[in-house]
Ligand binder design. Sequence first.
Ligand code: ATP
Length: 626
Amino acid sequence: MTTAVTDTDAQQPDPEERPDAGTPEPAGSGGDPFDRDQLPAPPGAPLRLLRSLLRPERRLVVLASVLLLLQQAAIQAGPLLVAIAIDSGVPAALDGDHGPLITVAVLYAVAGGASGVLVYAFYRTLGRACQGVLRDLRGRIYRQAQALSLDFHDRYTSGRMISRSTSDVLALRELLDEGVQTLMTVFVSIVYITGLLLYMDLGLGVATMASFVPLYLLVRSYRRRAGAMFTRRSTAIATVIVKFNETLNGIRPVKAFRRERANDARFDELNSEHCRLNGGTILEMARFVVLSRLTANVTLAAIVLWSAYRVADGDLELGVLAAAALYVRRLYDPIDRFAMILNAYASASASLTKIAGLLAQRPELAEPAEPKELPERPADAPGREVVFDTVRFAYRTGGEVLPTFDLTLAAGQTTAVVGATGAGKSTLAKLLARFYDPTDGRVLLDGVDLRDLANPELRRGVVMVTQEAFLFSGTVAENIALGRPDAPRAEIEAAARAIGAHEFIEALPDGYDTDVRKRGGRISAGQRQLVSFARVLLADPAVVILDEATSSLDIPGERAVQHAMETVLRDRTALVIAHRLSTVEVADRVLVMDAGRVVEDGPPAELIAGTGRFAALHSAWRESLV
Ligand SMILES: Nc1ncnc2c1ncn2[C@@H]1O[C@H](COP(=O)(O)OP(=O)(O)OP(=O)(O)O)[C@@H](O)[C@H]1O
């Protein structure tokens, strides 16, 4: 994949968009899935994703399960010991034999202590496994974000991507941090308690099991009602994040056009929608808590009453009644937390579905299975030949931009491309940089199709410098060495010197080691361009594509950039989207584009001497300079 040495796209505001807050459609229900917050994923993808995330942590999960089984065995022994104390210990003590009662008391204390230690070990072990899952998931989303093509990003927008890696991962974290532990504990305790009740008294065990039926129905209805709400809530929060991100990305136009009030109003609307949906989920939860508590209390009362009559009839021992009351209470105790867990589960499963949809996208610009090598070239060879061979291209979301395009750029030649806005200049450059693949035809570098080149080979071959030189966090030296991170300092400095950036870099607080994002490391637009040119010089690609900045710099700044640009273009094949007369004048060849076609092509002097569009453009340019 071609390296964009400087990247403006990351800073461009997203197009205005509104991912259907509150009205989610199921995936695959027609229309462009990119208009919705949820991309379609193959059936069962969320579950497969979860399994694949858990697989590397399976040892920890098994260990945690064993610890939980032991801990629950210890804690659930309590009521049984109480029953033994009441039914055997107390009568023996009344007869003067205190042994059984003391033994039971000691066992109770030991079980309590062991349960404490085991629960700590269980939380620690499962916590480690969950952290591993989340780390893996964040890594996958990040790698996927980088792997997917520009075409994907144009449509998906960075706000949604951020929402996937923040609020959606957070939803999963909430489930994993607490929910899973509670869920496992509840499940194991149900098994133990039911088993113990059945062991102590068959009738009690069966009655308790029967009481699960209404609870199960309640849980099922809650899940059904809350599930849809959670999907809508998670879409609504994604919309809030998208809006926030868009405003921050476009903070300059926001200020320039005084959009603050209008943005506030729109943000309030989205924020309120999220709050409304959040309120709805809370109400659902309250309903569930009330109904489930009612069911639990009625069941408990019924079981105690029935058991009391059986004790009175001599059919049941008093100790067993006490133990049964304790067990049934324990059984229903986590019911409140259960609602929270179900919430966390619904929220996490909505998020997991969205993440699975994103991860299911296949990068369109895949690396070739059998990459080809570029032909050897002498060290002093001036670049490589570029051929657009019957290329046609249409963006996914628009009509054809380049209808059947043929063009050869000779090795070492600098070609300036000019033309009206929307003529297709940037599209041409992006095809050469392999940000996109042609819809039809081929782009060849020294006779090799760009699609057949492995990423490192392509990176050595073609580099594109976009308009606003983007600096990544890190030092100036690291920024220059972006295309060759292992370059020695001497070479980094040599590149900076050749470009004319050395002096200003030396004048920074820490010279080449100045962090560009820290105080004192602020670098002007012209200086950023010089750094990005030094980057290209150090990466030394055979072909360089330059999208010249339209913003005018001051005259000394412009001269410095012009000089640096000439250094970068020397001895390579260059395609420059030119906005300055001085650039066009140093080119070997000028292409005038109109509606995706080359309408004039020739050396600048020849075109200027003619009567075509470039001659007219050129004289208008000259007049504007006078
Ligand atoms: N990501 C995209 N998705 C859909 N259509 C696009 C996309 N980018 C550009 N286009 C369309 O392709 C056509 C050519 O655009 P392109 O950016 O190549 O023109 P340009 O000559 O570079 O214009 P400018 O000088 O304004 O940058 C335009 O009609 C534009 O609307």
